[in-house]
Design a binder for this molecule. Structure first.
Ligand SMILES: *Cc1c(COP(=O)(O)O)cnc(C)c1O
Length: 420
């Protein structure tokens, strides 16, 4: 993958001039096309798609998905607040959180929905004395994440009520008089239709245990192919067997379940590019490597350092420089004083260097990291080495390039500091 995904070389020149680097650039056309694909997910008795906003929570992105008719999956009470402030109606927001904050009580009475994610959360909710119907998130006992760290189902995962605690969850809800209207499972990043079928089946078994349930939420985890050798999820392909299972379930039980899905990665991953500049080059000799040092790095994108995740990297000589460069193996690193600040790790092995065959980079060139829309800007090691948070920019459908989050100022970085 040597070519830019949606940016042009003219865009790069304009971005550097108007906003500087590093900058995240989102593409409105891709965001809208992805939303459309999600809305076409096969279903038997109705579908509601939510955007898992932790992937990228900037207001301008939320507004685009709001206008596409998506709802919100929030993972903290703070995300609920961000979604509301960006214009989402409370009734279109659902919370599935590792931490059920006391503040959430107030959102509940405004109509925000909740999936209780542990036995403790059931107790806590009941003690609030609330009577709103709830969802329960279960860990069905299996997952399909790409790595252990992206796997969010199975015995090594803390997300949701463990399947073995089903009876206890049931009797707690009964004793507290809680109405369970939704079952939720979210088991990680997978593209295999067989896995989705299996999880849908396991989830339908959970629905059987709760006669009041009207909705099954299968979460997100639709994997995208950032690199050529990765397998993308075909939503139609994984959705069709799930739809058939819902139909069978209705024939058996007379219950016509609504389907909810809540993708993050699928909606965002390919819709953003990180534009950086090569600001230095080091070579460690014959036995070593040629290192391209960017003006961004783990302060913008942590996934390679965390998971050994692979992202396409495109070197683009700046205007006026020779455009042709021979290819060679090079290691791409970030600007932090941290050896883990590495953009070209071995796949799945964040500690190992894997030189990438790229056009020879020179100081001043652009280096664009592609497919960084999901869990990059929102999950970075912001302000490490006191680098300011990068700007976020939107390439709008009418071609206009506009800032949607300004670069952090020095004052903003230190404004909460107090010297007693
Ligand atoms: C993170 C998350 C998602 C989205 O996962 P992706 O892999 O980005 O699609 C969906 N639902 C819940 C509960 C999540 O925590």
């Amino acid at each position: 993958m040597d070519s830019l995904r949606f940016l042009t070389t003219e865009d790069l020149d304009q971005i550097r001039m108007d906003f500087g680097t590093p900058s995240f650039v989102y593409d409105e056309a891709t965001l809208r096309a992805n939303a459309q694909a999600v809305k076409e997910f096969p279903h038997a008795f109705g579908l509601f798609a939510r955007y898992a906003m932790k992937a990228a929570p900037t207001a301008a992105i939320l507004r685009i998905f709001n206008s596409e008719g998506l709802g919100i999956d929030a993972s903290s009470v703070h995300e609920v607040e961000r979604a509301v402030r960006s214009g989402f109606g409370t009734e279109s927001i659902s919370l599935s959180s590792q931490e059920l904050s006391d503040d959430f009580r107030y959102w509940l009475q405004d109509g925000v929905k909740v999936n209780l994610c542990s036995l403790h959360q059931i107790h806590k909710f009941a003690k609030w004395g609330k009577r709103e119907p709830v969802g329960l998130r279960f860990n069905p006992g299996m997952g399909s994440g790409g790595t252990n760290r992206t796997n969010v189902g199975g015995p090594a995962s803390s997300f949701g009520i463990w399947k073995g605690d089903l009876e206890e969850a049931k009797s707690l809800c009964k004793n507290y008089g809680l109405e369970v209207e939704r079952i939720h499972t979210h088991i990680g990043s997978g593209s295999d239709p067989e896995v989705w079928k299996k999880v849908a089946n396991m989830s339908l078994d959970l629905v059987r245990a709760f006669p009041s349930v009207k909705t099954l939420n299968l979460g997100g985890g639709y994997k995208v192919a950032r690199m050529e050798n990765e397998v993308a999820t075909d939503l139609k392909e994984i959705g069709q067997p799930v739809k058939e299972l819902f139909q069978q379930f209705a024939e058996e039980t007379g219950r016509e379940l609504k389907l909810e899905i809540e993708p993050g990665t699928f909606l965002l991953a390919h819709a953003c590019s990180l534009v950086t500049s090569i600001q230095d080059i080091t070579s460690t000799g014959q036995e070593g490597y040629r290192f391209l040092k960017l003006d961004g790095g783990m302060t913008e994108i942590l996934r390679p350092s965390l998971y050994g995740a692979q992202h396409p990297i495109v070197v683009v000589p700046e205007a006026g420089q020779e455009r042709f460069r021979e290819k060679m193996d090079q290691v791409v690193v970030g600007h932090c004083c941290e050896s883990g600040d590495l953009l070209t790790p071995s796949p799945g092995e964040p500690e190992a260097l894997a030189p990438r065959n790229l056009p020879r980079g020179e100081v001043g060139d652009f280096c664009v990291i592609e497919s960084v829309g999901a869990y990059c800007s929102s999950m970075s090691a912001k302000n490490y080495n006191s680098f300011p948070e990068a700007a976020e920019i939107l390439k709008k459908q009418d071609g206009i390039i506009a800032v949607i989050r300004k670069r952090q100022t020095f004052e903003q970085m230190v404004e909460n500091e107090v010297v007693p």
